[in-house]
Design a protein around this ligand. Structure first.
Ligand SMILES: C[S@@+](CC[C@H](N)C(=O)[O-])C[C@H]1O[C@@H](n2cnc3c(N)ncnc32)[C@H](O)[C@@H]1O
Length: 230
């Protein structure tokens, strides 16, 4: 399968090559699979896995270091609070689907920055196709963006994202997502508490009039045929 080698499973401080057969069999034990891309410290994954033991929650991030503690907690024995339905992988969103082909019923991307922000907000249709290929038909995608950053041009320029068009005003957003095989369901700004408890979500709203942009989409039928051959 294409680019499986671009991902490693993170189990505490240890990283191991991905075993796609294990992943496939493990995912079949659960009623649904959620993929959290750019998971950061992985706390969201632990919370979601605890909340619903019938859901396998997979955290993926380009940087392994921040998720080490959550990955260690998840891999402890269940007697000691371990969670068999929370698993972590190091790898870039650009390398998707890798071992996650056609696996996810639900994809979350919470408060991305850097290249992940560019992929979803610019957006980068090629990389979105890889995300789409990780989804089952009809899967939901919810992206939460720090909207305060998007409206701060000088800051965006410092991040190397000066060319980014505000997704709310971007007439091409719909067609870019459609080209990747997603049907855009909504693009909405809201203030106050974020709908999910993530480290960055809380940091961003705390004590300030921060705004969050939510982009929601559904994985439609136009999945890129290239992935079907892998
Ligand atoms: C602001 S943090 C948000 C972390 C977490 N989702 C949260 O809400 O607390 C952004 C995360 O995106 C990850 N990231 C950035 N670009 C990425 C990419 N291309 N692929 C995967 N992860 C990426 C970073 O390593 C970082 O952990």
């Amino acid at each position: 399968m294409a680019s499986v080698g671009a991902f490693e499973r993170v189990i505490g401080k240890r990283s191991t090559p991905v075993d796609p057969v294990w992943l496939e069999q493990h995912s079949r034990r659960y009623g649904s699979v959620e993929l959290d891309i750019g998971t950061g410290d992985g706390r969201y994954v632990l919370d979601a896995a605890r909340e619903d033991s019938e859901r396998l929650v997979i955290g993926v991030d380009a940087v392994a270091g921040n998720m080490v503690e959550s990955a260690r907690k998840a891999s402890a024995s269940t007697r000691k609070g371990g969670l068999e339905n929370a698993v972590f992988f190091r790898g870039g969103a650009e390398q998707l689907p890798g071992p996650f082909f056609d696996l996810a019923d639900w994809v979350t991307i919470n408060y991305p920055w850097g290249s992940l922000m560019r992929i979803v907000a610019e957006p980068d249709t090629d990389a979105l196709r890889g995300i789409r290929a990780s989804c089952k038909l009809g899967a939901g995608l919810r992206i939460l963006l720090n909207y305060t950053v998007i409206s701060d041009r000088p800051y965006l320029e410092r991040l190397g994202l000066g060319a980014l068009v505000d997704p709310v005003d971007n007439p091409s957003l719909n067609s870019a997502y459609k080209g990747a095989g997603f049907v855009l369901d909504g693009c909405q700004i809201f203030s106050g508490d974020p709908p999910v408890r993530t480290r960055w979500g809380r940091q961003l709203v705390r004590g300030a009039a921060r705004q969050t942009l939510s982009i929601e989409a559904t994985a439609g039928a136009a999945r890129d045929a290239q992935w079907d051959e892998t």
